[in-house]
Design a protein around this ligand. Sequence first.
Ligand SMILES: Cc1cc2nc3c(=O)[nH]c(=O)nc-3n(C[C@H](O)[C@H](O)[C@H](O)COP(=O)(O)OP(=O)(O)OC[C@H]3O[C@@H](n4cnc5c(N)ncnc54)[C@H](O)[C@@H]3O)c2cc1C
Length: 467
Amino acid sequence: MYDFDVLVLGSGPGGQKAAIAAAKLDRRVAIVERRNMIGGVCINTGTIPSKTLREAVLYLTGLNQREMYGQSYRLKDDITVADLAARTQHVIGREIDVIRSQLARNRVHVITGTGRFEDPHTIAVADDNGRELKVTAEKIVIATGTRPARPESVDFDDCTIIDSDGIVHLEHVPRSMLVVGAGVIGIEYASMFAALGTKVTVVERRERMLDFCDLEIVEALKYHLRDLAVTFRFGETVASVQRHARGALAVLESGKRIAADTVMYSAGRQGMAEQLELDRAGLSADGRGRIAVDEHFATAVDHIYAVGDVIGFPALASTSMEQGRLAAHHACGEPVRALGRLQPIGIYSIPEISFVGRTEDELTEARVPFEVGVSRYRELARGQIIGDSYGMLKLLVSPEDRTLLGVHVFGTGATELVHIGQTVMGCDGAVDYLVDAVFNYPTLAESYKVAALDAMNKMRNIDRLGD
Ligand SMILES: Cc1cc2nc3c(=O)[nH]c(=O)nc-3n(C[C@H](O)[C@H](O)[C@H](O)COP(=O)(O)OP(=O)(O)OC[C@H]3O[C@@H](n4cnc5c(N)ncnc54)[C@H](O)[C@@H]3O)c2cc1C
């Protein structure tokens, strides 16, 4: 009766995984995607280019080797945009190839164009010439993601005044950069450009940055970024930005003036819902383009699901993929579990941050007692070998049943290491497991044992007072 059993709008992480999961369940599946956007924001302008850029920056600047070889160590003196772009373009190309081949292997039909609802079961797909193709589907998954929000008062020219999408199109490494907004994307790019030698200023309206992270770790990051000559202006708002022949001049509400070659706005993201004509399907989006869903990612219209950034928090590729898989399973009538309660957060600043579970502030506010176990990389043989003297891992442990309440990591490999803690927490393991476990030596993973022993010793000392 319908052309397809499942039709997915958008081929980012959420859409891809929804399409492939439905195909694995033997459904006839189509995915609609705009020209040159296979892989979504994730592959083309977001996660993958930014993480590859970071890798190129670390390699070419030799930043992580300076502890060993001195502060002047560099692999290349004059790092150009071409040096950086070579690596990002290579990885983007490969990733697009992998996605195309996965979709083809699973017989997912790719329809190129921009989709919109004609009615609750029909999608009209317009190609670049405005020609429309109509396709019907029993179930529809919206995975159209987001675009950078652009404040109306700002005159973006995609050259001097850019949003985060504009980073990949820069023609040269700027000598100075103003980053407006100290969210994850703003801070990641601020640290990469600071590592390249750009003089970076970060302006943030709030008094704190990354306030969902462990305070001590954010302080450590700020210390490192200041060491790379980053200037922070917290509690300040940009009132205007004027463009000049040789850069831009930003005026803050406090009257301060900041000159910069490039101004990058990182002012949040807007859901890609406006082109969908949701009202024709009986749906709507909020002011930020977000679509409301239930715990199975079903919208207010039973057969239409929404996943990924278009549904809002946490707006990560990692979570979007899992949401896509779960939505497809639910749509296909497969038994599904709820999205796992432990969602790791990874921030690829330089140095990187990652955590899972709760923060000290959250536990204190909820009046949940905890003990802290800390391990510092400089006390680990692997930390010395790689020249990371600042990294740390912190375990928050319940003194009542010794389960892990949170794991916070800062420094080399943080985004990988966090998953050891996540596994222990996911299996309701206690800190005793980490105390007793034998870890490969010399590794950074050993930091779990050191931090576990630290927490255990502190708890034992407190218990002994009562003897
Ligand atoms: C600079 C940056 C760095 C990031 N770093 C990380 C990171 O390190 N780790 C992490 O987990 N996440 C990261 N993210 C977030 C991550 O990229 C997103 O969470 C993820 O891409 C969202 O996936 P999605 O499935 O919602 O779709 P998206 O990747 O947003 O893709 C949506 C797709 O839908 C298509 N589309 C939109 N409207 C239509 C339509 N009407 N018809 C057809 N197609 C349409 C778009 O063309 C797009 O290709 C980063 C984001 C940015 C911007």
